[in-house]
Design a protein around this ligand. Structure first.
Ligand code: ACO
Length: 430
């Protein structure tokens, strides 16, 4: 049957017609933007399970088929062939860069890598034990204090480009500084001779004043992880960026709200939770079956972290790519990690278990990423920070698209279920 151009809704005996919108991949939606003004009704859709909050040209994903495309390019091709900076350009500006465009973009990012001097001293005011996501989100927001021009009401394209380069670049510097601070080590300044991933690794793992040997396999593994995390359409953190940005707050503020949303264990924080779960299973003797049983028990709040996804109901294509990369990087580094064996056993058992099969629960991007981060020497509480570094171009692209669309301020409705009007009575004073 062909898609109708409009649908009819009958309410209280009256019929109303609403247009049908069809996306370039044949996704269909009923455009209800005039529903309230014409009928007086609103829709109720907690957690936006059935609601498209916008149209978007950036990322397409088909959860049933396990498909993920950035601007039409399959994630598998970008992961195999592209660099993270190329992918960032693609997401933000809509097309893969020409050689000249890539050089200009890369140079801008490289030239923007040093964070403002005064910002460095702010790291001293945070406790060494602070969660790195607390540091990162507040430092991103604090960039708006140092770059007030980003808050102008009439932003020029050049100003937006400058803020974009500052963000993509400085998020690695902030991350590395926060890590060095937690170790009590001297900060390593950005090395503008290195490419994005190599420079990031040097700032993280190099020692001030000492030579840092670059391992190309590790650079490639990091590049891959960042590409796989670069965008994922209207998830919790991206929706936060678009919603906060819709008030026309500056880019740094909007992105820091995305970082805060990402932090939670049901979203980007799951990568930390997965590794902690695998460690707990290992310490308990490695028997993952009792943890599977806990995850299935309706009276137990425990969930199998890194399993399940709001949209993917077949497989997460990013998880497939990461699983292969995980084997490769562990073999290369000669790391025998018992957690990998537990993860594989757990995955195999869950994929044969009726509870997980019937609910279409598959490993998501976070299930194996933590094992690679761990092998690269990244501490567990920084996994979500690594996710945020990768997601930066996606958040920026979505923010930019929201502005280019001239989006109205986001403001959902509600259905009030509280007390009906009643009169105030004074408390009798004794
Ligand atoms: N372990 C055990 N049971 C699960 C899991 C899990 N990981 N995920 C979902 N379920 C069960 C639920 O209990 C529910 O069962 P029921 O129908 O018997 O009540 C059913 O599957 C549907 O679950 P919902 O919570 O309704 O699914 P939702 O789409 O709201 O949640 C989410 C998706 C948050 C990702 C969920 O699967 C989850 O909590 N997973 C673990 C955390 C995780 O890995 N998050 C990372 C997601 S990827 C990312 O954000 C980068």
């Amino acid at each position: 049957m062909s898609t109708p151009e409009q649908v009819t809704i009958e309410i209280e005996g009256n019929q109303y017609e609403f247009p049908v919108v069809t996306g370039s991949e044949d996704e269909k939606a009923i455009d209800i933007s005039k529903l309230r003004s014409s009928t007086g009704y609103v829709t109720l859709d907690p957690a936006f399970v059935n609601t498209a909050s916008c149209t978007s040209d950036i990322t397409f994903l088909d959860g049933e088929k396990g498909i993920l495309h950035y601007r039409g390019y399959p994630i598998e091709e970008l992961a195999a062939k592209a660099s993270f900076i190329e992918t960032s350009y693609l997401l933000i500006y809509g097309e893969l860069p020409t050689s000249d465009q890539l050089t200009t973009f890369t140079d801008k990012i490289t030239a923007s890598s040093s964070i403002p001097e005064q910002l460095k001293s702010l790291f001293d005011t945070y406790p060494a034990s602070a969660h790195p996501m607390a540091n990162l989100s507040s430092m991103i927001c604090t960039l708006s204090a140092f770059y007030p021009e980003a808050s102008a009401t009439d932003l020029s394209a050049e100003q937006i480009d400058a803020s974009i380069a500052q963000l993509i670049s400085q998020v690695t510097t902030l991350t590395a500084y926060s890590y060095k601070k937690s170790l009590g080590q001297t900060l390593v300044d950005p090395d503008q001779k290195l490419d994005y991933c190599a420079n990031f690794l040097k700032m993280m793992f190099g020692l001030a004043g000492e030579n840092f040997e670059i391992d190309q396999d590790i650079v490639e593994a990091l590049n891959l992880l960042l590409i796989l995390h670069a965008d994922h359409e209207q998830n919790c953190s991206t929706s936060a960026v678009r919603l906060v940005g819709s008030s026309r707050t500056n880019l740094f503020a909007a992105i820091s709200s995305g970082a805060l949303a990402l932090w939670g264990p049901l979203h980007g924080g799951a990568n930390q939770a997965v590794l902690e779960m695998l460690e707990t299973i290992n310490e308990a003797g490695g028997d993952y079956n009792q943890f599977l049983a806990k995850a299935k028990d309706p009276d137990d709040s425990f969930r199998l972290m890194g399993f399940g996804h709001r949209v993917y109901k077949n497989f997460d294509p990013r998880a497939k790519i990461i699983k292969v990369a995980c084997d490769k990087i562990l073999a290369k580094l000669g790391v025998e990690n018992p957690l990998l064996a537990i993860a594989k056993g757990l995955e195999e058992a869950a994929l044969q278990d009726e509870y997980f099969v019937s609910r279409k629960l598959y490993p998501n991007v976070d299930f194996y990423s933590g094992i690679i981060y761990h092998a690269l020497g990244i501490p567990t509480d920084m996994f979500t920070v690594m996710f945020a570094v990768g997601r930066m171009p996606g958040w920026i692209a979505q923010w930019k698209e929201m502005l280019d669309q001239g989006s109205k301020i986001g403001r959902p409705r509600q259905i009030y279920t509280g007390a009906v009007p009643r009169s105030y009575e004074s408390i009798e004073l004794r």
